[in-house]
Design a protein around this ligand. Structure first.
Ligand SMILES: [Zn+2]
Length: 489
């Protein structure tokens, strides 16, 4: 993700001040109440079975995600009518139990749940805030792979942060878009909505013909593997075959010009551009493969089976998001923003923060990728950009000393400037300390070791030290963990 202004380090656009709390999700700090009865009676598993936790244990977002199981696959079938903004959904969730489960939670915000089954048998459901509590007819045994199906419908919610930042299901002038960082995916499908539980996805979206008899387009993660014209409706089937955190799941419905191409490594490129933006987005289809080729050399092999971008027309949205395989832009992006969101495919999407506190690993690296790109394009050197951030003369950089990058004080501040600008400064300090050869070796080792997985701050610190053979305690204590602005060394 990148707010339009918060990390803008270039001297020319007149960004006005920093923003904070725009991704606030204070509403999610719920006090959970249990809604269902305890374990059913029966065999040994039943006796040992207990409810799965209502949260994944994230300190910043205590109720996001759930305990007791790991999702391996989401099969989502959505039926959406843009004219009425009505959504009908069927989610088939394949998961493996990590304990004997008498019941378990899914995260779901709004919508009406019509029915649920576990292993094909009717299950009881109860709602409590954004928790959907599912009680199977029989307990699920530890390690068992089980399938849960939930059917639901209604008008999906847009979540609005304290300062107007939008996520969730958002209507556009010609359809809608679904964006999930950090909490929005629960507005359009039930799931284990925490970055630590990644899964593969099949997303099928059925849309009708409009008044002119044209079908709406549907763009989502991964590759378009089938398109079925049913006369009055069309169903498009997208498949994300590499694991994905649910906050990176995305669907855009509307009208798009589609530009297809190839990366230098022959991966398919799919760029969807809203006609309202086609004039300003002219360079995007050419830049995507160029940036992917550039990043490949620095960060290691591109981690997914396709790439691209979605350039929508949604002037009310003030950020871009690294939705997996195709980052989402609310308007035509400039080069730096495109670099930022594409760099996230390595840092954030493939190697995903284990908790929301580890966000700086994703945002600091994506911001640093912008610095590297500018340096390589003959702009300021990364040293000069570092100095500009340190001096705080750049637009939007004023807030980067508010807290240490790896310790946002609340969930509402995980997208604040310290996570981005000071995060990138930490990365630059590592590069300075270990030299270019060891530095890029660290980045490539990081993306290889944690490819399609999760990683945290402790692991990054350990890797920097082990690959460089240096004790970097002082560096990290000063630049990453110290509450104060470090003094110039
Ligand atoms: Zn970002």
């Amino acid at each position: 993700m990148r707010p339009r202004t918060a990390t803008d380090h270039r001297p020319w656009p007149a960004a006005s001040g920093t923003r904070s709390g725009w991704a606030s999700a204070a509403a999610l700090f719920l006090v959970m109440t249990t809604a269902c009865a305890g374990p059913a009676t029966g065999d040994g598993a039943a006796a040992a079975a207990r409810p799965g936790a209502a949260g994944a244990g994230d300190r910043l977002f205590p109720t996001l995600g759930n305990g007791g199981y790991d999702v391996t696959h989401y099969g989502l079938a959505l039926d959406y009518v843009p004219e009425t903004n009505h959504l009908k959904g069927r989610a088939v969730i394949t998961a493996r139990a990590t304990q004997d489960l008498s019941r378990f939670d899914l995260d779901l915000s709004g919508l009406r749940v019509r029915a649920a089954t576990v292993r094909g048998a009717k299950a009881r459901v109860a709602r409590s805030g954004d928790e959907l509590v599912v009680t199977p007819a029989r307990p699920v045994r530890n390690h068992e792979v089980f399938e849960t199906t939930v059917t639901y419908d209604g008008t999906p919610r847009t979540i609005e942060g304290a300062d107007g930042g939008l996520e969730g299901w958002i209507e556009t002038d010609d359809g809608s878009t679904a964006l999930g960082e950090p909490t929005g995916s629960m507005t359009w499908f039930p799931g284990n909505h925490h970055p630590s539980d990644k899964a593969t996805y099949d997303i099928r979206v059925t849309v009708p013909k409009d008044a002119e008899g044209d079908f709406y387009d549907v763009v989502s993660n991964g590759e378009l593997i089938a398109e079925e014209d049913e006369g009055e409706t069309v169903t498009r089937h997208w498949r994300a075959k590499e694991p994905m955190a649910s906050y990176l799941a995305h669907v855009s419905v509307g009208y798009f010009e589609i530009h297809k191409g190839w990366t230098p490594d022959h991966l398919p490129v799919y760029v969807a551009v809203d006609p309202e933006e086609s004039e300003d987005a002219g360079a995007v289809a050419k830049l995507v493969p160029e940036i992917i080729g550039w990043a490949d050399e620095r960060f290691g092999p591109y981690p997914f089976s396709s790439t691209g971008a979605v350039v929508d027309h949604l002037p009310g949205l003030d950020y871009a998001l690294e939705t997996q395989t195709k980052p989402y832009f609310a308007e035509a992006p400039d080069e730096a923003l495109l670099v930022h969101e594409l760099a996230h495919q390595w840092f954030g999407d493939s190697v995903t923060p284990r908790t929301w506190k580890d966000m700086w690993l994703s945002e600091g690296m994506a911001t640093y990728a912008e610095w590297l790109w500018e340096e390589d394009q003959g702009g300021r050197s990364t040293d000069e950009i570092f100095e500009d951030f340190y001096d705080g003369t750049d637009a939007g950089a004023g807030g980067i000393w508010a807290f240490p990058p790896a310790d946002p004080p609340s969930g509402g501040r995980v997208s604040d400037p310290p996570v981005y600008g000071r995060g990138a400064m930490v990365v630059h300090k590592v590069r300075e300390a270990v030299g270019d050869e060891a530095f890029f070796d660290i980045l490539r080792t990081w993306t290889r070791q944690h490819r399609h997985g999760n990683a945290d701050t402790r692991q990054f610190v350990a890797l920097c030290e082990s690959r460089s053979g240096k004790d970097l305690t002082g560096l990290f204590d000063t630049w990453l963990f110290d509450k104060k602005k470090p003094t110039r060394m």
